[in-house]
Design a protein around this ligand. Structure first.
Ligand code: BMA
Length: 369
């Protein structure tokens, strides 16, 4: 079977998986980008869910090597898989067999390949540990970490070892013909905040850009991976200037992403929380749309959600009205942690407000698989 990237094109109300997108002579990066562009130009937004095939709100894959990967919280509610599957690689750099969330890398690899085979789009995030302190990605106790892994830094060689492990994993993502599958990679995210060791207050503009470029150069040049679409994803609460301040460059980035969550309003209530989210997100998407035009890039809501979905109509009354007028290529809600019942952002069968997700998913604009 020749590897074919199947673009997701909506025809009327049905989703059609076209036979191919672009020509086989093009790189995987170009072909995936062409598909995504065609979808955005058709006015469609692909719906994505993090870790969807690996586990759900109250289940997980038990046999990573053989499970048919047919289960999905999104499918159990809506009848369809998410069009975009987000997968997390944190702790792959340690060389072990499971991620920081306890997901076997073998399962992550199989899920990525299966999802692309089904015609979907895969995006990887990575929360690597802090090589300087030995802590997690959230260990922000030192502002020397990025400097230490750049060329000339004391941990540069060790960090190149981490990149090698990451590159080996990416290299193992092959279709039935042995060709590398195309996917989106979204490293060094939410760096306009300071909760990860690569965040704004932990490294200079130049160091951040060098970190991104080092990662890019390693995978594209040293490893020859022309199957990766690169996404840049600052966090909400930044203006257009702040958004672009650490931008690695048009030659590196393909998608201008944004991570933006609704925070449970507590005493102020859900209505106030939704209103705050709307009042921040819409102006941000306005400038993102403009930046996308100026730089010739796609735009995406690369992470979003309301933890625990404590609102009967977050999908249709908060999220959808905010995004519907923007040419977002995809919108991805975060994971449904099987071992933390309150830590979920996607729908699941039996959840009291599942019908609100169904209404969202049935919109002409929103594409599932
Ligand atoms: C966070 C939480 C964590 C998780 C991390 C990486 O937002 O969901 O529990 O470890 O993402 O997946």
């Amino acid at each position: 079977m020749r590897h074919i990237l199947k673009p997701i094109l909506a025809i009327g109300l049905s989703v059609m998986l076209a036979a191919s997108c672009g020509s086989a002579a093009q790189s995987g990066r170009t072909r995936l980008l062409d598909c995504l562009k065609a979808s955005a130009e058709a006015g469609k937004i692909l719906y994505g869910h993090q870790d969807d095939l690996c586990y759900g709100h109250s289940w997980k894959v038990e046999d990573p090597a053989n499970d048919p990967l047919e289960r999905s919280d999104v499918k159990e509610v809506s009848g369809k898989y998410p069009a975009v599957l987000g997968l997390e690689l944190g702790e792959i750099e340690l060389g072990g067999s499971v991620s920081l969330d306890g997901v076997p890398f073998e399962l992550i690899r199989r899920a990525a390949v299966k999802h692309v085979e089904r015609g979907g789009v895969v995006t990887f995030s990575w929360h690597p540990r802090n090589i300087f302190t030995g802590g997690t990605a959230w260990d922000v106790s030192s502002d020397k970490v990025v400097a230490s892994i750049l060329e000339g830094g004391e941990h540069h060689e060790a960090f190149k070892g981490w990149l090698t492990i990451l590159g080996d994993f990416f290299d193992s993502l092959r279709d039935a013909d042995g060709k590398r599958i195309p996917f989106i990679f979204r490293p060094w995210h939410e760096h306009t905040a300071s909760w990860f060791w690569w965040g704004k207050d932990l490294c200079t503009v130049g160091q951040y850009k060098a970190l991104f470029r080092m990662t890019y150069d390693y995978l594209t040049e040293e490893r020859g991976m022309d199957n990766i679409v690169w996404c840049y994803s600052p966090n909400l609460d930044v203006d257009a200037e702040g958004y672009m301040e650490r931008y690695p460059g048009d030659d590196v980035i393909d998608i201008l992403g944004l991570d933006a969550y609704t925070y449970n309003g507590g005493e102020a209530g859900m209505e106030a929380a939704s209103e705050l989210f709307r009042s921040k997100l819409v102006p941000t998407l306005e400038y993102l749309q403009q930046l996308g035009k100026e730089h010739g890039k796609l735009i995406a809501l690369s992470e979003t959600g309301l933890e625990g979905l404590c609102s009967p109509d977050w999908w249709t009354s908060t999220l959808y009205p905010c995004i519907k007028d923007f040419p977002l290529v995809y919108v991805l809600t975060w994971r449904n942690a099987w071992d933390r019942p309150e830590h979920f952002y996607g729908p699941w069968k039996g959840f009291e407000y599942e019908n609100d997700f169904i209404r969202f998913a049935e919109s002409d604009k929103i594409i599932l698989l």
